[in-house]
Ligand binder design. Sequence first.
Ligand code: MSP
Length: 652
Amino acid sequence: MAKEKFYITTPIYYPSDKLHIGHSYCTVATDTMARYKRMRGFDVKFLTGTDEHGQKIERIAKEKGVSPKEYVDGIVKWVKELWKLLDISYDYYIRTTDEKHINAVQKIFKKLYENGDIYKSSYEGLYCTPCETFYTERQLVDGKCPDCGREVETLKEESYFFKLSKYQDRIIKHIEEHPDFIQPATRKNEMINNFLKPGLEDLCISRTSFKWGIPVDFDPGHIVYVWVDALSNYISALGYGSSDDSDFKRYWPADIHVVGKEIVRFHTIIWPAMLMALDLPLPKKVFGHGWLIIGGGKMSKSKGNVVDPKVLVDKYGVDSIRYFLLREIAFGQDGNFTNEALINRINSDLANDLGNLLSRTVGMIDKYFKGILPSEQKSNSFDSEIINTVQNTVKKVEEYMEKMLFSDAFSEIWVLVRRCNKYIDETTPWILAKDENKKSELAGIMYTLAETLRIIAVLISPGMPNTPKEIYKQLCIEDEYLKTWDSIEKFGNLPKEVKIQKGNVVFPRLDLEKELEELETAMAKAQSESVANKKDSKENSQKEELITIDDFSKIKLKVGKIIKCEKVEKSDKLLKSQIKIGDEVRQIVSGIAAHYSPEEMVGKKVVVVTNLKPVKLRGVLSEGMILAASDDEGNLKAVTIDGDIKDGSEVK
Ligand code: MSP
């Protein structure tokens, strides 16, 4: 029988900077769904890519002294490496600078124009450059961009307009008649009440004030609006409008567009209107997930609170990170990211629960049966309950996965993992092992554990593609069928004579304090390297960036006298100093504990940056920075004053 198709997409990312763990979250979730559907026998097409045009990219490239294409090429290379590291199994990577995409967008624009859905007029509006979006007065929040909170500017130019208003009623009708179209349901109400019901205005879809974009081929001074360019990727990637549109015929409409909540609007209003105008079917579902929040706000480069996914994967392995993202945050809602929560999850769920279950099972088969179970096996009074639990788990996981409720799916699998650990305690194999007559009962227990572990390995594999390989290896499972989803619909497919091969501890336990310290350092290093990379453009690699005296005078430096100093609790690196600077006393936290004892610091006159934004380090407020010099060998010395001068004196 021919396989049913399943087309799933992530948003295409802006390569305006390197991607952070928030972007990875969306891609890992989409990848998990794609892997699940493949395992369920679908012919999956999983699309991701990059959204490479726009004024912002043009500006960044200019600042770096490279062409926009050179700039995005570098970031795209980095993004592809990241997806490889995270085991993202995409089938196609679309770049909006691809010839194929550019041609498709030009065709789409022309078709809309010829159909009378686009007209020329002039536009005066409020534009947010970072978001590349025009807003109406009433959409602004406190006069600022409703999405990013930044200033907007008034812009007037001759533009093409898309008759979005014409499609308003049809879109409302579609949303109401297709309850699954927007998921989760709360996002549907938001779209209807906040955007559609108040009335849609026609959309300005071309720009003339910059060049880095797709030109309107019949009016070359105009550049296609980035969102029209970007949204078209979902069909241009399938060959829409090209001589080979077989993929388009096979896979369109998309089964799911996975997007972040702030761009649901573009995918459920503008995109459907474009498709209606092109007379194409609408995607079946748009799933708007929540944000990864860090320190109370959305993780974003501009807030300086980004977490580098490569650092995390290097340290803890890809499956730990994927598991954490999928389990910790309910897909659809916002969720907090903290290093502490990550390490705690690795310790409790992966090391303690799953890792232990595997090593105990393999260890006991090795110890009591020299590594091979006899075929003569007896069941015990707990078995039927375990088998029932396994079968229920499989059913529930399937239901949750279909709805993209990954956290619920994993939570259900872990109920089973913990149940198995409890089963070991209930059946007390170590006591049975002392009695020759109980050997077949003991073998039966070991079989139940091994078969359940195999089923667990299959269940986790869409989200954690590597751990199952280790489980199969230790249980000597080579038959590919036993790794398929079909094989877990029934308990007992594993042949009775289970063999084992002792292996590595799959998830070693982590020391929380040590890991937190190391992570902080690794993140700071990655951050500074990425700042260093920034300088690595054509122009800047040859000479250091120069600043003017005005730039320098922005930094306020003063002499401060340390009057008290102590260690920051639970940290090996940080000292907390009270520093008298003229009439005021400030608290400053510095990473110098490895170089100075608190006693050594007291009495020193140091140079302090006094107009630095206050931050919290390990929860302790720091209102400035003590200057220090460090060399390649790891030596560090505070900058002190030569001779005596009053604290509070300015350093210039
Ligand atoms: N280029 C557009 C999408 C065009 S799709 C036709 C765009 N790019 S983006 O790089 O800014 O964001 C891509 C996706 O990453 C969005 O879905 C966004 O919600 C998601 N995330 C960015 N930061 C995030 C978090 N902190 N947490 C979760 N997702 C986040 O928008």
